[in-house]
Design a protein around this ligand. Structure first.
Ligand SMILES: [Zn+2]
Length: 401
């Protein structure tokens, strides 16, 4: 069976000086328009109880372009500015649906510098991409092939903190769905990055430890440099480069892992981190950060959807580490450093593998009776009441599991 999905293909590119200047200007205008529209919407609501939607902000944008102060908005393509208003609309939609906090202003330093172009604002011809307001095509490094005969519907250009330029092309791709029989539960482990119910332990990407040491050193160097000096700028870029390298390697690692898990398994069960966090925050901090876990979950979500797999998110806390996965008896609480324990039934368990097995079992059980799991992402903000009541911290002074 085949299926057509929208898929983003990201490549590095090297802009000419003119292109870099034009894109930097565009990023600035995108940020400004987003912030102005957010301000207008916030004021309309707080002062007049009026809801300003996308169309109204679009009319505002037309007005801004005509005022002397903001006439420079005409120097960049109008499409990324419109897209910024659409993104703001989406952010409000997520806020109203209680999936996200109230939208915040984009900051010059911290926010991602990016601009989104729809089909009317770029030309795609013979495998070359030319953006609106530019004469030359982008010099893209085609590090992997695009699907045969594809034409991108949306193009996003961005520049990261390390000064690297990327272009992401949204294309239709055909996925061949092949059956799989495996089932797997995943636990965010203590010593390893993740532990699977099969007993397999997944470690951090290679070099991560060394990179983190380098990062710490670079950050110390940066802290010693004088404010707004050339050396400080250099040190800042060095820190950003190491950050980028760690993030790239981790993403690559998670891509390979999620692809393999989805290829091998029909059913994948994970625990909702929001629930998890309440009981073993420091434990997770050792192994997998919030961000990495969210990234893995997002990858599993869309890849499972592509391949027709079931991703089950268990969003209720249960004592997964000390519940015997063989007989179901609940063991005594043991300190975190105890890696192995033996149940009354005689089976010996690795703490993390046992937890992963329990996660799998709970996922399969609650799906069978349709209770307690919500495979959608919305689940992270709902259904915590039962978890809070069972939180061991509420009853014990020290955190034990
Ligand atoms: Zn047992």
């Amino acid at each position: 069976m085949t299926r057509t999905v929208k898929r983003a293909f990201k490549f590095r590119f090297y802009p000419t000086d003119v292109q870099a200047a034009q894109l930097s200007r565009t990023f600035g205008c995108v940020r400004l328009v987003y912030n102005l529209a957010l301000q207008a919407r916030t004021e309309a609501w707080t002062q007049r109880r009026e809801r300003v939607g996308y169309n109204a902000t679009s009319a505002l944008l037309t007005g801004w372009k005509k005022t002397g102060d903001l006439a420079f908005l005409n120097e960049v393509s109008s499409v990324p500015l419109q897209q910024a208003l659409r993104h703001l609309q989406t952010a409000f939609g997520n806020f109203w649906a209680k999936r996200a906090n109230y939208p915040s202003f984009k900051s010059k330093k911290r926010s991602r510098r990016s601009a989104e172009y729809t089909a009317s604002a770029f030309r795609w011809r013979d495998g070359t991409l030319t953006l609106a307001k530019m004469t030359e095509p982008l010099d893209i490094v085609w590090s992997r092939p695009l699907p045969e005969g594809c034409a991108p519907s949306t193009v996003t250009v961005s520049c990261d903190a390390a000064g690297r330029w990327f272009v992401s092309l949204l294309c239709d791709d055909t996925i061949t769905q092949t059956p799989a029989t495996g089932r797997v539960g995943i636990d965010a482990g203590l010593d390893s990055l993740l532990t699977l119910s099969t007993g397999e332990k997944i470690t951090n990407p290679r070099h991560e430890r060394v990179d983190r040491q380098r990062l710490a050193r670079a950050q110390r160097d940066l802290a010693r440099k004088q404010k707004s000096s050339a050396n400080r700028d250099k040190a800042r870029i060095k820190v950003a480069r190491i950050h980028a390298r760690i993030a790239d390697r981790r993403r690559d690692h998670l891509h390979k892992l999620s692809t393999r898990l989805v290829r091998e398994n029909q059913t994948i069960v994970i625990e909702d981190l929001a629930v998890r966090n309440m009981v073993k925050n420091h434990r997770l901090a050792c192994a997998i950060s919030d961000a990495a876990w969210r990234q893995l979950r997002t990858m599993l979500e869309y890849k499972a959807a592509w391949h027709g797999r079931d991703l089950i998110v268990v969003d209720r806390w249960f004592p997964s580490t000390r519940l015997c996965s063989v007989c179901g008896a609940l063991a005594e609480r043991t300190p975190l450093h105890v890696r192995w324990w033996t149940c009354r039934c005689g089976s010996t368990h690795d703490r993390d593998v046992n937890a992963a097995r329990n996660i799998l079992a709970v996922g399969l059980a609650v799906t069978a009776c349709g209770d307690g799991v919500r495979p959608q992402r919305e689940s992270s903000r709902t259904g915590h009441s039962s978890a809070k009541q069972e939180n061991p911290r509420a009853t014990k002074g020290i955190l034990v599991l």
